[in-house]
Structure formats: C-alpha cells, structure tokens
Design a binder for this molecule. Structure first.
Ligand SMILES: NC(=O)C1=CN([C@@H]2O[C@H](COP(=O)(O)OP(=O)(O)OC[C@H]3O[C@@H](n4cnc5c(N)ncnc54)[C@H](OP(=O)(O)O)[C@@H]3O)[C@@H](O)[C@H]2O)C=CC1
Ligand SMILES: O=C(O)[C@@H]1CCC=N1
Length: 268
C-alpha cells in the first residue's frame, strides 16, 4: 500500500510522522507533497519521508491520498490533481467543512473518506472521527482506520453531520482547553507566581484532573462536587462561573465551530 500526504503543515506532517513510526508503512511507501519550497528543503533532511514538490511524480502511484491543505486551497489543487487520478485511488480528507460530494466532484473520484482529526495527534493522543462514501469497501475502511489510529484513536460516524459536529468538539477542542489553561496561567502570574511555577501548577492540575476522569466512571459534575466543600473556595469559583454563564458560553463556542464547519462546506 502506497500512501501520499498532500500538505506538509500541522496536520499533514503529524499524520506523516504517525504513519512513518508505525509498522504499517515502510519509507518507500510514504510520500509527502507540498508547494512550499522551504518546507521541502527542511523535510528533505529528514530520513523518514520521501518528499515531492510536483504531483506528477507521486500522485499517480499512490493507493491512498491524504488531503491536508486548508479548505481554500482545494479549488486550485483539485484542478491540478483531477487529470492525474484513477478510480482505484482512495482519498482521505482531513479538511474542516469540505464535504465528500465536493471532493468527489472536484477530483472526479468515487472513493472518499472524510475525517476530522485533532492536534494532540502530534503526541499520539489524537482523536479522529471519520465517515466514507458508498464506493469505499469494508476492507479499505479498515485500512484507513489503521492509518488514522497511528496518531491516536478514532471513531466511525454514520453521517457527515457528525464530522462537522466533532469539529466543534474535538477538532477545535484543544484550542478551548488551551484557552482555559492560558486564563489560569494569567491568573497565577497575576497572583505573583513565577512563569515556571505557574506552568507546574496549571499543567499538573489539568493532567491530574484528566487522569482522575479517565480512571473512573464518574462524571465531571460529580468530580466538581468532590473538590468543592460547602461554603469553601471551589464553590466560590464555581458560583462565579455560573453567575457569568460560562457553561453556556462554552457550549455556544462549540456550536460556533460546528456552524462554521457547515459554512466552510458551502464556500467555493
Ligand atoms: N491544525 C489543526 O489543529 C487541524 C487542522 N485540520 C484541517 O487540516 C487541514 C490542514 O490544516 P493545517 O495543517 O493546520 O494547515 P497548514 O497551513 O499548517 O498546512 C497546509 C500545508 O499545505 C500547503 N499547501 C497549500 N496549498 C497546497 C497545494 N496546492 N498543494 C500542496 N500543498 C499545499 C501549505 O503551504 P503554504 O504554507 O505555503 O500555504 C502548508 O504547508 C485544514 O483543512 C484544517 O481544516 C483539522 C483538524 C485540526
Ligand atoms: O480551525 C480550523 O478550521 C481547523 C479545523 C479544526 C481545527 N483547526
């Protein structure tokens, strides 16, 4: 199986690194293509990849092609790709919003998997949702799942609506967590802690809370009650968040990302 990744940015490179480390593909079976000469020069120094700056040399020979460019790049990219593809090739899109029909129409292809990854894939802790077009066989879907799982874990969803929805939860989600972290770091610095101590306090708090959550069947709400003593400090913080409607605002933010994913799918 020969895999080509188009776009050596955050996601394309992350997936390339995940697949390169797995026993699924040898170096000669993994190719990466980008249009940025600086990225090509840098990647050429790495032993793990076969790097290309023109599609003619890598696209026709690929069995599975990952699409990891920004949605606004596809109009130009698909025009160049379409005359060079064949009907046996399977395309896996990591792009937010872009629908299976847009990819099928733009490339003249039938086998498309649409996936929504997230950035913790960089450290093998990503979560990817995926769904497929009718022409993708069960065996092909298992192959794709194995490739996606080289960066973490994955969930199969029945419809594209859930790809857009997971964009609002897990795709964009790491940014919400970093937003919360940044706010806590800023508060720690304001209280007088050094940058180093602020980082230790905040990162261990996140890591510890996640570990507690993962090692039990207890909901976050119940964990909140275990931290909060009646009339104590935590209750004061939670009351402040409730008074400011923080829960609703976070839900609104997730829906804003979900809505934007749908909107991106309609942009040409
Ligand atoms: N970053 C994230 O956390 C997530 C991103 N995604 C999706 O992944 C996709 C890629 O995002 P991300 O990796 O962050 O973006 P990046 O901008 O980091 O990477 C895109 C890469 O593709 C290159 N490129 C642009 N046009 C072409 C072309 N025609 N042919 C080949 N390469 C090209 C870009 O070069 P240049 O820089 O010169 O334009 C860049 O190197 C997006 O569609 C996004 O929706 C999904 C989930 C999470
Ligand atoms: O912000 C974006 O559009 C992409 C999709 C999910 C994360 N980054």
């Amino acid at each position: 199986m020969k895999v080509l990744v188009i776009g050596a940015g955050n996601m394309g490179l992350t997936y390339s690194e995940g697949m390169a480390k797995s026993p699924l593909l040898g170096k000669q079976n993994l190719k990466i293509y980008d249009t940025d000469p600086k990225k090509i020069t840098k990647l050429n120094k790495e032993p793990h990849f076969d790097v290309y700056d023109n599609l003619e040399d890598c696209l026709p020979k690929a069995d599975i092609v990952f699409l990891a460019v920004k949605p606004f790049h596809i109009a130009e990219l698909f025009k160049t790709m379409a005359p060079q593809i064949n009907q046996q090739q399977l395309f896996v899109s990591l792009m937010a919003g872009v629908t299976i029909d847009t990819i099928k129409d733009g490339l003249g292809a039938t086998k498309v998997v649409r996936a929504m990854p997230n950035l913790p894939a960089k450290v093998g802790k990503g979560v990817t949702s995926y769904t497929e077009s009718e022409a993708v066989s069960k065996v092909e879907l298992i192959m794709v799942r194995n490739l996606l799982d080289t960066t973490g874990t994955s969930i199969h969803v029945e419809t594209e609506k859930f790809i857009d929805a997971s964009t609002g939860i897990s795709g964009s989600g790491p940014a919400y967590v970093f937003y919360f972290m940044q706010s806590m770091l800023d508060a720690a610095l304001k209280m007088g802690f050094s940058a180093y101590d602020s980082k230790v306090l905040v990162s261990n708090t996140f890591e510890g809370a996640i570990e507690l959550f993962n090692q039990s069947d207890i909901s976050p709400e119940t964990w909140i009650n275990r931290v909060a003593s009646k009339g104590g400090t935590t209750q004061a913080a939670i009351d402040s968040m409730d008074d400011n409607n923080v829960k609703q605002l976070i839900e609104d933010a997730a829906y804003a990302a979900f809505d934007r994913a749908i909107e991106l799918g309609k942009e040409k």
